[in-house]
Design a binder for this molecule. Structure first.
Ligand SMILES: [Zn+2]
Length: 310
């Protein structure tokens, strides 16, 4: 097994998504990465295979840790137009969101000591607001400057613009780091999670929510799985319980659990208006808890902890 190699090292030199580059500059950087990766971005192993081809890209899988990723990520990964409006986010939580927030807040209650919570990719701040109502003192990080500004202005929340590296956070400042649908977008997941390790207090907990590339749905649908969206969704990193364990090991955290849930061979929005939609919903319903029971649901939360005494 090789240690982190030149491919992983050169990833660090790539521009971050919010840095603007010309197509020619980006092309140059892609060419420098080479056509194929030499090592896994997460565990450093060098036995890799091409898992599938979609959107004009090869999706690679590490044979050791099952991490799946797109190697040739530019230029599509970055938005080249400075005029593109920022994504629209929900301004009020629905009943499902509220139930979901409550469940997460119950889960993190046992680690509350310093009362500090960090959300990566906080968008319009709905979860932060729920956390504040539960007595937490939350800080958010948001890469889209206009979204960050709007969330600060409209909700009076502490939102810092950019990435975690730009946020001037102190060592061991937080009891909890939370992110929902973020780690599938991150160019350098190890760098991010080492920073998460640094800002968590010993015994603090990170909850990273994402898709499960080893779920029943992902395996059944293959390249057609709706989460494998390089463009336009900018998903480039695909996790699983096993890849989560490798990630934890590589950044000094412990994987406490990786609960999964959900089985939807077709998401309801994919079959909107089709006559068989109610039948599909009915047929899928009992499979969802079963998939979660055996760790093969398609939605996953990596629950990580900074070791006590670390
Ligand atoms: Zn690996």
């Amino acid at each position: 097994m090789a240690t982190r190699s030149s491919a992983a090292a050169s990833l660090a030199d790539l521009p971050r998504p919010h840095e603007r580059h010309t197509p020619a500059q980006l092309r140059e950087r892609i060419d420098a990465l080479g056509e194929t990766p030499d090592a896994c971005v997460v565990c450093g192993a060098d036995e890799l295979r091409k898992l599938l081809f979609r959107d004009g890209k090869w999706f690679w899988m590490c044979k050791a840790c099952e991490f799946v990723w797109v190697h040739d990520i530019y230029p599509e990964f970055v938005d080249l137009s400075p005029d593109t409006p920022p994504p629209a986010f929900k301004q009020a939580p629905g009943a499902k969101d509220r139930a979901d927030f409550e469940q997460t807040l119950r889960r993190i209650e046992s680690v509350r000591q310093r009362n500090r919570l960090l959300e990566l990719g906080c968008a319009s701040g709905l979860f932060m607001q729920a956390a504040r109502e539960a007595g937490w003192q939350p800080t958010g990080i948001e890469i889209e400057p206009q979204v960050a500004q709007a969330t600060r202005d409209q909700r009076g929340l502490d939102v810092r613009t950019g990435e975690i590296f730009d946020a001037h956070l102190e060592d061991g400042e937080f009891d909890v780091v939370y992110s929902n649908e973020v780690i599938e977008h991150v160019v350098e997941p190890l760098a991010l999670m080492r920073e998460v390790h640094r800002v968590l207090r010993p015994g603090g907990m990170a909850l990273m929510r994402t898709g499960n590339a080893r779920s029943w749905v992902a395996r059944l649908r293959g390249a057609d799985w709706n989460y494998y969206r390089f463009a336009p969704a900018n998903h480039i990193r695909y996790w699983s319980p096993r890849a989560g364990r490798a990630l934890a090991k590589s950044c000094g955290l412990e994987l406490v659990a990786a609960p999964t849930r959900g089985f939807a061979f077709r998401e309801s929005r994919e079959v909107r208006g089709r006559w068989y939609r109610p039948l599909l919903t009915l047929a899928q319903a009992p499979l969802s808890p079963l998939a979660g029971w055996v760790g093969a649901g398609h939605r996953m939360t990596l629950i990580l902890r900074r070791p006590h005494g670390d």
